[in-house]
Write a new protein. Structure first.
Length: 268
């Protein structure tokens, strides 16, 4: 243990169960000396095991619908009260597509579902930063990180409208990150993670094929949820104080590959 986050206070969105990247980040942050509040939507909390994570990490839970400004304001206020000071780090690990869940194709979605998806997956990030920014709730040199996927840049047909949601999320990170950096010296980044077998990710059609293909394409292999947690901790730490407005690929090299020997062998 390096105590990289000793004395730091944070909010972690989106932990559901032990497969969640947010769950792994919470465990690692605890190991590195941080204190934090855990949060998820009330409906998600009924499906997950957040109480067990809270007990393990000595954390408190404040339920919040991340699409509700009222809930977010309550979350930030209570977190500052619980933690005894301003916030040093925030993880946004939220994503949802109703069109994917309902099997609606990208070429013929239900647009009410589309709206709900981008509200949960992307606009919630803007709303979260809105509350943090306007309440001046972050300490200087704080760090805000959201999780994304490279379908924001490239076509993965079965990723459906989540690709649009992630592109929107990354744009919000850059745009709001400018103002947060200029005015409060807070950095904002996204991590573009390898396909990872989380509860949300596994709902995408053909996900097992996704993972196998990425594993064969990536010179270092796929990054696991635990690997992603380590990388996230580095971005929360003081070692990355001048890294902001970046979409950081954490994918074993996949994002810079054209083709690999292992993939070519399948076609020769």
């Amino acid at each position: 243990m390096y105590n990289l986050l000793k004395g730091k206070k944070g909010i972690i969105f989106g932990a559901l169960n032990e497969h969640s990247i947010a769950w792994k980040v919470a465990e690692k942050a605890h190991e590195q000396g941080a204190e934090f509040v855990l949060t998820n939507a009330p409906i998600a909390m009924r499906m997950g095991q957040l109480d067990a994570l809270a007990e393990k990490t000595g954390s408190q839970i404040v339920p919040a619908d991340a699409t509700s400004m009222e809930d977010l304001e309550n979350l930030v206020e209570k977190s500052i009260e619980i933690l005894g000071g301003k916030i040093d780090f925030v993880l946004h690990s939220i994503g949802m597509s109703v069109n994917v869940r309902k099997g609606k194709p990208y070429t013929d979605p239900k647009y009410d579902f589309t709206t709900k998806g981008w509200d949960v997956s992307a606009v919630s990030f803007h709303k979260t930063m809105n509350v943090l920014y306007n309440k001046k709730a972050m300490n200087e040199w704080g760090s805000i990180v959201a999780l994304t996927y490279m379908a924001a840049q490239r076509v993965f047909p079965d990723y459906n409208d989540m690709a649009d949601n992630k592109a929107f999320l990354e744009s919000i990170a850059r745009s709001f990150g400018y103002f947060f950096g200029r005015d409060h010296k807070v950095r904002v980044n996204t991590i573009s993670q390898s396909p990872t077998p989380t509860t949300a990710g596994s709902g995408v059609k053909g996900f097992d094929g996704f993972i196998a293909y990425a594993e064969k394409m990536s010179p270092l292999g796929n990054a696991t949820a635990a690997d992603c947690a380590d990388y996230t901790i580095s971005l929360f730490s003081d070692l990355t104080k001048k890294v902001t407005l970046q979409n950081l690929f954490h994918d074993g090299g996949f994002s810079n590959m054209g083709v690999s020997d292992a993939v070519m062998e399948k076609f020769e």
